[in-house]
Design a protein around this ligand. Sequence first.
Ligand code: NAD
Ligand code: UDP
Length: 321
Amino acid sequence: MKILITGGAGFVGSHLCRKLLEANNDVICMDNFYTGRKQNIADLLNNPHFRLIEGDITLPIEQEGLDQIYNLACPASPPAYQKDPIYTWRTSVFGMNNVLELSRRNGNIPILQASTSEVYGDPLEHPQKESYWGNVNPCGVRSCYDEGKRAAESICMDFFRKYKTPVRIVRIFNTYGPAMDPQDGRVVSNFIVQTLTNQDISMYGDGMQTRSFQYVSDLIKGMIKLMENKAGFTGPVNIGNPGEYTLKQLAEIILEMIPESKSKIVEQKNIREDDPRIRKPDISLAKKMLGWEPEISLTEGLTPTIEYFRKEVVVDRNRKS
Ligand code: NAD
Ligand code: UDP
């Protein structure tokens, strides 16, 4: 198949490009490198089945002969999506419209939208089921992302109802692994890089917020299962690891896994605005409809992730010296 992956040079997108190439597909990666990095896909550039298009999904996209679209283009880390919130919103909403139109021009081909657990906001229901409508501040600093993704889900379902476009909506919970940008400000990358470089571990507030962390290979398997499902299942469906940890626990686990570190956990006063206090997916729907559940535990996933960041830190040090 000929598959378009928007945001294919990002953290998740680059893993997806590789997996779909391994399965003998032709992959077109469209990315504007807003948060993505050339190094994530550098080894794919000579592969005759891979093509990079530098492009922006907020603009109409011309591409023929496609069989599937995975829409991942959107900054995902809070500092990155808050840097230019209007652009984040436009990427989510105008971008979604553009890729849905592209699907129609290619004969209404399947399109998978990378949505997020952020649609649940600061949830009042725990764990979060897909039937929960969420608790989102529509005017807050996170809303460019949360409301952008909610609007994207809504237009997907309208295309499905009006044009029968085969949409698939995956609500992704916090995911980590190699290819994350060490500078992108998410908690797993921050804590590991700080621990490897003997800096203070920046715990925002008392660290009692919880998140459920999933290793990237589990996510990729879930996304492909959703795309390939033959039942016409649109989702939305949660794909995440239900293992729930406080941020303090996460910092302690990382410290234990890097025993040579001299870092200490330090409470920061600058708590993020509207930071969700708890998050954990209910994955019964993914189990039932896709036969999917995560296989990699937190410590199993952190091991290769720490090794990846160890190399990144060395490269970064050499670059600076
Ligand atoms: P990322 O920032 O590493 O990747 C996003 C990619 O999209 C980057 O390569 C970026 O350059 C590209 N991009 C951004 N705006 C674009 C535009 N207008 N046109 C073309 N390309 C553009 O983030 P990620 O973690 O790989 O996330 C991928 C997708 O999964 C995102 O849509 C994100 O919202 C979603 N998601 C990720 C997580 C997670 O924990 N990683 C959780 C929930 C949802
Ligand atoms: N966080 C933290 N220190 C950091 C980065 C993040 O304590 O250096 C916290 C943040 O406040 C949030 C959680 O970790 O409660 C997850 O943040 P992340 O940016 O990874 O993703 P989010 O789930 O908020 O989108």
